[in-house]
Design a protein around this ligand. Sequence first.
Ligand SMILES: NC(=O)C1=CN([C@@H]2O[C@H](COP(=O)(O)OP(=O)(O)OC[C@H]3O[C@@H](n4cnc5c(N)ncnc54)[C@H](OP(=O)(O)O)[C@@H]3O)[C@@H](O)[C@H]2O)[C@@H](O)CC1
Ligand SMILES: Nc1ncnc2c1ncn2[C@@H]1O[C@H](COP(=O)(O)OP(=O)(O)O)[C@@H](O)[C@H]1O
Ligand SMILES: [K+]
Length: 484
Amino acid sequence: MNSEWILSTQGPKTFARLPILGTTASRTLEENAIQNHPPGYLMQRAGLALAKLSLAVAPHAHVFWIACGRGNNGGDGLEAAIHLHQWGKEIHVSMPAADKPLPTDAGLAFARARQAGVAIHDHAPDHWDICIDALLGIGLTHAPTGTYADWIGLINSRSCDVISADIPSGLMADTGDAPGACVNATHTLSMLRLKPGLLTLHGRDVCGNLWLNTLGLESTAEPTAWLNPMPAAYHRPHLSHKGSFGDVAVAGGTRGMQGAAVLAARAALQSGAGRVYLALLPSANGEASVKVPADLMQRHTDALQPQQLTLVAGCGGGEEIAHPLPRWLLESKHLVLDADALNAIAASADLQTLLQGRDVDTTVITPHPLEAARLLGCSVGEVQADRLRTAQLLAKQFKCTVILKGSGSIIAAPDRLPHINPSGNGKLAIAGTGDVLAGMTGAALARHASAWKAACAACYHHGALADQWVKRTSLTASGLLESI
Ligand SMILES: NC(=O)C1=CN([C@@H]2O[C@H](COP(=O)(O)OP(=O)(O)OC[C@H]3O[C@@H](n4cnc5c(N)ncnc54)[C@H](OP(=O)(O)O)[C@@H]3O)[C@@H](O)[C@H]2O)[C@@H](O)CC1
Ligand SMILES: Nc1ncnc2c1ncn2[C@@H]1O[C@H](COP(=O)(O)OP(=O)(O)O)[C@@H](O)[C@H]1O
Ligand SMILES: [K+]
């Protein structure tokens, strides 16, 4: 089929490092390619790939509804219609009534379809077995209106398979925002390259199984981001000792909030850190209100030697965490900052200056969208409106590696192209899984000694654990870390 399967709603997959292109970069690639090929060449390849995929998805379908918009996305649909018609399938092609001429490539596809005997209607069919959604692609500029919105509603009202051409109609290619009606596809065939919007915010929920067809175009042009790949397997040499894998200390757990620190420490231990210390904040009086496994070494926060270890600070730290933070920001060899440590930094210009003064590849911050909003002094809506941009802004402003958590976590660092993490799913949306990620990141940082590498690896593994969760019981944070 020549279309590569990238993400599945059905289960885990191993992900490669693939380029992701935003709208501007996609258009540049497309324009360069159009100049080097005969007219309509790319669209014809796109249409053939769409037709083949729809046949593979629903080999016994009788009626194919091909809903085409009046842009080039509609052209992809028309080219698919030509093939399905020639293969003897019953097709119903719809296109909103003409209000202005079609763009060049779509116009060519329209003429080719007419010549091939394809009827083009201005209404939807009464019945269909599978729908090809070619209404709107990367040209979407605002919430769908009129016939577009009506047909999107109709497509979503039936339980048939829906193959979206390039991107589910109604989804913004750069951000994953869906400002209005949006097709809920069972499959999406992304053309040329993956788009950020398919992989973050609403993208993962509406694109179903995600496929990629490069239309045969190779390009060395710099992408907008990369798909965060599965990290290389890490080998524990025979000739090693507990000091070979780095020391991690988890500091947090103010009175009554110690579970978070224990989860992070256990996750660091399970992730292979050589030694893991648990430093509960002074209000806990050295007494844990939750059970602490014997493998964790408890220390007073003042007794930690942050110059020699990777410190994970924040988990359940409450406001109390602000007191030791200046020393930790100054002295820690490697630092992972989560939750209340981030809230403390958001509230203090002095702490922000200390963070900005650290060596760039020694620190990872792991905000969820609300923590990110506090750090940037904006709203959660603004954070989510462009997650790629937000993560890059945080990295630039605080001079560190950032994991902006949530559906399609973004990993960003100064002067690097960001990664969008493909692993993970909605099962992770429960309390405590962020603490597990912080602990896993700490262990990876202790081992890799690079904040960037640690963040990429930990984020991938954390999501993959949730993808591999096959037990019938719901995922829990403890279950997640025990499955490491
Ligand atoms: N050229 C090629 O060789 C190749 C092209 N490819 C394909 O082209 C696609 C990009 O095509 P595109 O740039 O024409 O944009 P597209 O997504 O069809 O939308 C534009 C149309 O939608 C309309 N419209 C916009 N928003 C709207 C709204 N909210 N509600 C209603 N209408 C709205 C807009 O109307 P306007 O705003 O201009 O009035 C215009 O009519 C790309 O995703 C890929 O599928 C690939 O196969 C590779 C080969
Ligand atoms: N829909 C989702 N898809 C993928 N990952 C998710 C999703 N929802 C939450 N997560 C992940 O779950 C974790 C939740 O972290 P966080 O919100 O900090 O929770 P807590 O502070 O309670 O531990 C993050 O790693 C986040 O990326
Ligand atoms: K589409």
